[in-house]
Design a protein around this ligand. Structure first.
Ligand code: ZN
Length: 412
């Protein structure tokens, strides 16, 4: 296959014929169709083969990868029903969450499910799944869609995400950080401080900082003493917790330190201290870690002397500035929330609509209200839908009921 692509790419016809004769193979006229693969894979392999002579085992490996990609897509696509003409209900995948020519199941005249027939041929569970599928009024053709995404569109990243999730589920992989620090991370990421500060704190928590010990491990540095306190090697634990300079900063800022226990790690100490603090002190903890790393870099790369007083002034000023900005944002949000309904311009109709969803009964009530420039109600409708599978479908159905108003005249 790769040979065919290389031949197709940039080889003269005479040379191409000679190679084909020697090898006794034939050239496929449309390999993309045969493979059913994205053009990107094709482009990559052609590009690589133009630049390098690939060994046979690598060609086999690439072919295997492409076949795996094809199998992945084939196994995880789903028929999105149009008129139902192309779907075999017993053999084709068309129900989400159920492993199974439904043309007869749809009433052709009304374009609705033939509920009686559906109930006669499948059990209650399947009935619910089938009746919750919305049928297109346009009677469009059945379409194959990727079943793990709401839009049905397949992208390489969706396939990758699915494989990674499946791998973790199959190997019972549990990320210890996710389990133990779940509450910590939830409150940490919700803090009102710049993302760059939060990301900086997240880095040592996962040992992603190029501290001296990490550089030493990669043979990029010999000495590992902390450039600030010079009392111990600069590793992740030191930066997060045990650095004397950091402890002095926290003491000056009157951060309450959580009780320490020898069974716990420095990371645990940090997380416990953070959880013990109130919102303002949490901000101080995060900003102090970020600012200390900045000053440490200034010292070692630019020779700028470190000053504890200057650092403390910066941390408090920075936090004060953040909170001022936050207050301004909150005021702006409140004033926007207080905006009242305004009528449309002359000659236009304004539509307001919404839906409720009851998950237990699988029902949805919707309401549509149409008003003109003089606030007069020119149309209103409420409706109850049954067999609604989720909130998304409830919202879709209210949009569907709103559409007829759009054909009547100018609307906004
Ligand atoms: Zn230190």
């Amino acid at each position: 296959m790769l040979l065919m692509r290389a031949l197709r790419a940039n080889v003269d016809d005479d040379v191409k014929d000679t190679i084909i004769n020697v090898l006794g193979v034939r050239v496929a006229s449309n390999p993309e169709k045969y493979l059913g693969l994205p053009m990107m894979i094709d482009a990559i392999s052609v590009y690589v083969m133009q630049c390098f002579a690939l060994p046979k085992f690598l060609c086999c490996k690439l072919e295997g990868l492409m076949n795996n990609a094809r199998d992945l897509i084939e196994d995880r696509i789903l028929w999105q029903l149009g008129n139902g003409a192309n779907v075999n209900i017993w053999n084709d995948p068309w129900l989400l969450g159920v492993e199974t020519t439904e043309y007869q199941l749809i009433e052709a005249e009304t374009n609705t499910w033939n509920k009686e027939l559906v109930r006669n041929i499948v059990d209650d569970v399947h009935v619910t799944h089938i009746l919750s599928i919305l049928l297109s009024k346009a009677r469009s053709e059945d379409t194959l869609v990727w079943k793990h995404k709401g839009s049905g569109e397949y992208l390489v990243k969706n396939g990758y995400r699915f494989l990674i999730t499946e791998h973790f589920l199959n190997t019972n992989y549990i990320n210890p950080n996710t389990m133990v620090y779940k509450d910590f991370y939830r409150s940490f990421w919700a803090m009102h401080i710049p993302a760059k500060v939060k990301i900086h704190v997240w880095r040592p928590l996962n040992n992603f900082l190029p501290n001296y010990c990490n550089l030493n491990q990669r043979k990029l540095r010999v000495r590992v003493d902390c450039p600030l306190c010079k009392a111990a090697p600069e590793d992740t634990d030191h930066l997060l917790w045990s650095c004397g300079t950091l402890q002095s900063v926290w003491a000056s800022l009157q951060i309450k330190i959580a009780p320490t226990d020898k069974a716990l790690s420095c990371k645990n100490y940090f997380v416990n201290t953070f959880c013990l603090a109130d919102e303002l002190n949490r901000q101080l903890i995060a900003i102090s870690l970020w600012a200390l790393w900045y000053r440490r870099n200034k010292l070692i790369h630019e020779g700028i002397n470190f000053s504890l007083q200057e650092l403390l002034g910066f941390i408090q000023g920075y936090r004060h500035e953040i909170n001022l900005c936050q207050e301004k944002i909150e005021v702006a949000c409140v004033s926007r929330l207080n905006e009242v309904w305004r009528p449309p311009d002359l000659g236009f109709i304004k539509l307001n609509f919404d839906a409720t969803f009851q998950s237990e009964s699988k029902t949805s009530s919707i309401a549509v209200l149409a008003r003109d420039c003089e606030r007069e109600v020119v149309g209103a409708e409420t409706y109850l839908f049954t067999d609604v599978v989720d909130v998304f479908v409830a919202e879709a159905r209210v949009c569907e009921r709103t559409l007829p108003y759009l054909y009547d005249g100018k609307t906004i």
